[in-house]
Write a protein that binds this ligand. Sequence first.
Ligand code: NDP
Ligand code: HSE
Length: 437
Amino acid sequence: MKPINVGLIGIGTVGGGTFTVLKRNAEEIMRRAGRPIRIVVVADKNLELAQQVTAGACRVTDDAFAVVNDPEVEIVVELIGGTGVAKDLMLKAIRNGKHVVTANKALLAKYGNEIFQEAQKMRVMVAFEAAVAGGIPIIKAVREGLAANRIEWIAGIINGTTNFILSEMRDKGLSFDTVLKEAQRLGYAEADPTFDIEGVDAAHKITILSALAFGIPMQFDKAYVEGISKLDAADIRYAEQLGYRIKLLGITKRTPEGIELRVHPSLIPARRLIANVEGAMNAVVVQSDAVGSTLYYGKGAGAEPTASAVIADLVDVTRMATADPQNRVPHLAFQPNQLSDLKVLPMDEVVTSYYLRLRVQDKPGVLADITRILADEQISIDAVIQKEPGEGEEQADLIMLTHQTREKRINAAIAKIEKLGVVAGKVTKLRVEELGK
Ligand code: NDP
Ligand code: HSE
């Protein structure tokens, strides 16, 4: 059986894993794909690394453009990351009539509309299972497995690095910087780890899931993005006392007014399965009308877990390479001429519940002042805890959970509360996601 020829660009964490797994499981993969999948050339800036990993099994080069222009190459696997040269390489590969497999969520979230349009014009496939939640086949699940459903919302722990940091800080009392260094050593973090910490990587991924779930174009620039860098250990403790865990969630939701698209630390009831997802593991909950709630769990980062998704795409592309493009699964789940222009809501219009932490004077009437302000904004309170002031202190922590309200209402209330003389400093606001039906 004639092999399909692959050019691999980038043989770092994911590229190295892909090379290794493809070699180790070549026989099994061929039985699935129907023909051998053969890497004929590898490009990496680090030629020595490429030579070391490939050990003479294929050609190596430090010129990535030589791969996308190579007439022998039928599928280009882009695993260098970033939105600069990776974009030029991908578009060049497509224009040269080559199929592309990528793990590059940043590139797809920002330029996916242009890339998929070009791919459609050139009648080639762009496969990207590894771009969201590493080894979990969530793209296939949302795009194909749930095709009968009207998807209502998706919420996921889709950044392994931040989940690893939150888990290790909580369980082992390690510092933020120590755990981040370990995540980098293990190959979980992005080249620029602020993408992980500030929620940008999760926003790239939820942008992709939102497009697949609702049949809308990629709209990364409209996503609300807040990371974990300002999260205080006190809030993690108080959340636990209230029966919640704090996780960095990517959320996208269909509402009558439009689509919510947001990433931020969230309190989740500890009894939910997703609240117990620890370390670099990822999990995604999809709420749909026919099947109800489904949960997808697995390794969200690392060499071989991500390679698993890259190779699944290689198998798909190999099987479908000779098919009529009309009969392939559309890149974004919906037929390209059926995309909808549902608007993405600004964060002010999002409706959810809130956790507030205030530092207040320990004296009568304080709680009444605060609850009056909340009532004026039509915000009702679900729970209140007032901590005893520390030894010799006159101020105490006040923690409140609210029922659902609109973000602009809670912001207006917070602005008024912060002006009260009995409230010291800023109010901490976190969002609470019940993740029920
Ligand atoms: P690495 O940094 O480990 O590997 C990238 C490799 O590509 C490096 O060897 C790098 O060389 C090389 N490279 C960079 N630019 C070029 C270029 N212009 N030409 C040739 N080679 C180049 O990254 P990862 O493997 O971690 O990530 C790759 C992609 O996979 C990214 O898009 C990332 O977001 C995505 N991803 C990563 C996951 C993970 O767990 N790591 C999981 C899911 C997706 P040098 O180091 O010398 O710059
Ligand atoms: N930096 C990413 C993460 C890699 O930590 O989840 C997987 O996409």
